[in-house]
Design a protein around this ligand. Sequence first.
Ligand code: KIV
Ligand code: NA
Length: 275
Amino acid sequence: GVRRLTAPDIRARKGGAPVVGLTAYHAPGARLADEHCDFLLVGDSLGMVLYGYDTTVPVTLDMMIAHGAAVVRASRHALVVVDLPFGSYEDGPQAAFRAASRVMKETGCGAVKLEGGCHMAATVGYLVERGIPVMGHVGLTPQSINSFGSFRPRGRDDVESEAIAADAEAVVSAGAFALVVEAVPVRVAAALTRAMPVPTIGIGASVVCDGQILVAEDMLGLMPRVPKFVRRYAEVGAIASDAIARYARDVRNRAFPGVENTYAEPGFEAPDIAP
Ligand code: KIV
Ligand code: NA
């Protein structure tokens, strides 16, 4: 059978073929993406995309575990990476290990991701030493939205770009197997990609990164507004809206269900129902 990709497999792609990542939150999304992607990220962006929150801050560990388990069940090729949500790991390495070990045991995923740099390096090292592969995430880290004040790009001045370089160096030195780099200028992404011994996975970080990730609902055209860095590969929302409109019309016209959708019973003729 197929062997599922592992964190070391992704790590080994540094300098090789670009790494393809996509978010997946549920079984149908996982089935679709698993065919084509190297890793599936069960991102805490699900709080905004699926649950309608304004930020990822309200997302809980139980939510991540429920969605992570669904994605693992519905995939077999891609590495599944599950985000640690806000509040589940910042309190220190031991708290992070408790959260991450629950995620690993209860979902069967192959790695976790957490946001942060220098101040998270000790935590990354603690998890990695204990058998939990960690993907880092620097640049725009949405769980810090209340400190940043907005979802604007990061690293556009020297103070910020130097801080991001230090963050990347810290989590990668601590053992992260790959690094998400979110919403930074190409100059910053290029410097990180050159400096880091592990793949950089860009989102809003230009084509220079070692791989890319997008939120599936963004690139499929299911979200009304998307950031500049998203390419909309399809307008699935428009297709779905048209399908639902035709369903509603058919129900109102008694054109659905048809005989082919109906359990027949010998000797029983359906009564005529005036439309
Ligand atoms: O939560 C998420 O979807 C993410 C990616 C966009 C990197 O963290
Ligand atoms: Na995330």
